[in-house]
Ligand binder design. Structure first.
Ligand code: FAD
Length: 605
């Protein structure tokens, strides 16, 4: 008998969980639901089954039907195939969460780490037809009723993350937000006598005790674990601008047509008129109506200089687009002008939506140069303990956004990675696992909506269901010895990466007058320590003798601007807050200093 009692608290909690629209609320309602049903989410192997048993509610049942259909696929062997596998996934972006779901369906224990504690990216992603079908199969419409209704084929990043987070939690994935994994410093993945662990911040976070035999990096473009090599694809200078306006959902807004992609070569007149009337010169523009009115365009440098958006011309893209060289108000005017013109001035009341920092959601970035990892996997072995490492999403292949390849190829890689973990769970020899993964990886960059299989409903983690011509043995295990890292050179009992970062900062600021780095927060207040760090690596940029300790706002501003211009690292706090705020956020400082460490280490010969 179906229980339809609307006053049942667990039903109400379930409804809240399904409908809620922020990451924090998803986590809160989920934990209340578990508490109410006396379920332990750490009991990952039977969590979903018990949840289904205890939540006898028709709305929940409609969701189980969808998820069961997926879970019963033969590839997962009823969640037994990876029952002994433990996976750490770095990053709760769309690709990290999509991978986590597949790993959970295979029966693995899955822990996700995410440094942010909110999902705030308004930007809207174009979806290939297969991804729409895939997300429908995960009950996306139950969580977000407007999902790809009618001819819509896009979704905001935050909405996509919310859907995938909810599915992940229901399937027993542990998602830790506000948890930073310390990257690139030697030993961010380290071996204890009992197994592989990761170094995290805060360093006493319980997830730091999790031992795993599979590590998946889905940390976006910037996170690359040691051992992976990159190819750089450099094109001609390409400057992207994204902007979001509040969608008031009025009748007038509903009338305005979307622009699914106008490129200059296809509509010369439109771009010529835009230039003549507004002084704005674009290569292309896209407009999607979603939770916001979202525009993304590629702008020509000359017009940005002419309109005062970019103050001075530099050949180096970091310098050109560094914060100090961009007039933010002019950028807002430029983006507003382009959006207004391209919608035929029909969007009424165009107010910028706000980003995570409470600022108008407008960003300008360089996508001249894109990275692609040379390999998608490797195996590290220390003291007889093997760790399988894989890359997914932007971290594996940075997408060229005008083609909308980010999520489509990102999800394909998520499935391929799950297939790899499946082979690992089945006990296949490690180099064969890697060889199969690398054979499949050869296909990824060539996939298009046209050349993948059209039988979307049959897509599974098995590559043969998705790629039309796949040879799982095109690369042989004996060609991949370099992806099996068995050196035993790391001091396994070394101090935490957190202390390593502090040591590195101390080492590179030593000997500077009025600079004494004792910690990762207070010691940086006057800005002199940051300036000293810059001076160590780029002596020509700062005259240390001209800086006064009491002039902390100026010192911080100088350091922030240089770091952004030179290394492309945006500030995490304003110069005045850094100088005067009672508490400097430790997590943000660790992230900031880690980025500086990585950038100087990478770029210093
Ligand atoms: P991300 O979304 O970058 O997620 C990575 C996550 O890892 C983040 O949440 C980050 O906080 C976390 N993280 C990073 N380092 C750490 C750490 N050390 N510790 C803990 N957590 C960490 N794609 C499309 O498919 N269609 C489009 O139309 C499209 N348009 C785009 C337009 C623009 C302007 C841009 C810039 C991109 C566009 N993309 C598009 C690409 C798309 O946004 C990305 O491909 C997608 O977001 C990648 O997902 P991901 O999960 O790999 O990485």
């Amino acid at each position: 008998m179906v229980n339809q009692d609307p006053t049942n608290p667990s039903h109400a909690l379930f409804d809240q969980f399904v409908q809620t629209q922020t990451c924090k609320e998803v986590q809160r309602t989920f934990s209340e639901l578990c508490h109410h049903l006396e379920l332990d989410p750490r009991d990952y192997q039977s969590f979903y089954t018990k949840l289904k048993e205890r939540l006898n509610y028709w709305k929940a049942k409609a969701l189980w039907i969808k998820l069961d259909k997926r879970a019963q696929h033969q590839d997962y062997q009823q969640g037994k195939v990876c029952a002994k596998t433990k996976c750490l996934v770095l990053g709760a972006g769309p690709c990290g969460l999509r991978t986590a779901i597949e790993l959970a369906l295979l029966g693995a224990q899955v822990v996700v780490l995410e440094k942010r504690d909110s999902f705030s990216r308004n930007n809207v992603l174009h979806l290939w037809p297969y991804t729409i079908c895939d997300l429908r199969g995960l009950a996306a419409k139950k969580f977000y009723g407007k999902f790809c209704t009618g001819a819509l084929d896009h979704i905001s990043i935050r909405q996509l993350q919310l859907i995938l987070l909810k599915v992940s939690l229901l399937l027993g994935v542990e998602v830790n937000t506000g948890t930073l994994m310390l990257c690139s410093l030697c030993g961010s993945l380290w071996l204890t006598p009992s197994g592989w662990m990761a170094k995290l911040f805060p360093d006493d976070h319980p997830a730091g005790k999790f031992q795993f035999d599979v590590f998946i990096s889905a940390g976006g473009g910037r996170f690359v674990p040691d051992g992976f090599r990159w190819k750089e694809l450099r094109g001609k200078l390409a400057i992207g601008i994204t902007c979001n306006f509040i969608n008031h959902h009025s009748a007038a807004e509903a009338q305005v047509a979307e622009i699914s992609g106008v490129a200059r070569i296809y509509n010369q007149k439109f771009f010529q008129d835009l230039l003549t009337e507004e002084g704005i010169d674009l290569e292309n523009i896209v407009y999607y109506k979603d939770a916001t009115h979202y525009f993304v365009m590629t702008a020509k440098k000359k017009s940005l200089l002419k309109m005062g958006v970019i103050k001075q011309d530099f050949s180096d893209a970091n310098q050109l687009l560094g914060q100090a060289n961009v007039d933010q108000d002019a950028l807002l005017r430029y983006a507003h002008g382009a959006a207004h013109f391209s919608t035929d001035h029909r969007l009424p009341n165009m107010q910028f939506a706000l980003n995570h920092a409470g600022q108008p959601d407008v960003a300008m970035f360089d996508f001249t140069c894109m990275h692609r990892a040379e390999n998608a996997s490797l195996v590290r072995e220390r003291k007889g303990k093997k760790l399988l490492i894989g890359l997914v999403g932007d971290c594996l292949v940075e997408p060229f956004w005008p083609l909308g390849t980010g999520i489509a190829r990102g999800f394909l890689a998520a499935f391929d990675t799950a297939w790899m973990v499946r082979s690992w769970g089945k006990g296949k020899p490690h180099l064969e696992v890697v060889a199969e993964r690398e054979s499949i990886y050869q296909l990824l960059s060539q996939t298009t909506p046209e050349n993948i299989s059209k039988n979307y409903s049959a897509f599974s983690i098995d590559p043969a269901t998705r790629y039309q011509h796949v040879n799982l043995n095109s690369i042989k295990a004996n060609q991949l010895q370099h992806l099996y890292d068995v050196e035993d050179h790391i001091d396994l009992d070394s101090v935490g990466a957190f202390e390593e970062l502090l040591k590195w900062c101390q080492q590179h600021t030593a000997g500077y007058d009025r600079v004494k780095v004792k910690d990762l927060t207070q010691s940086w207040r006057s800005g002199l320590a940051l300036c000293a760090l810059i001076n160590t690596f780029r002596p020509h940029l700062i005259d240390m003798s001209s800086l006064k300790e009491s002039d902390s706002v100026h010192n911080n501003q100088l350091a922030f601007s240089l770091l952004e211009e030179e290394l492309g690292i945006p500030p995490i706090i304003s110069a005045s807050d850094m100088a005067t705020k009672e508490q400097i956020d430790k997590l943000s400082m660790v992230l900031y200093l880690t980025q500086i460490h990585d950038a100087f280490n990478e770029r210093t010969p």
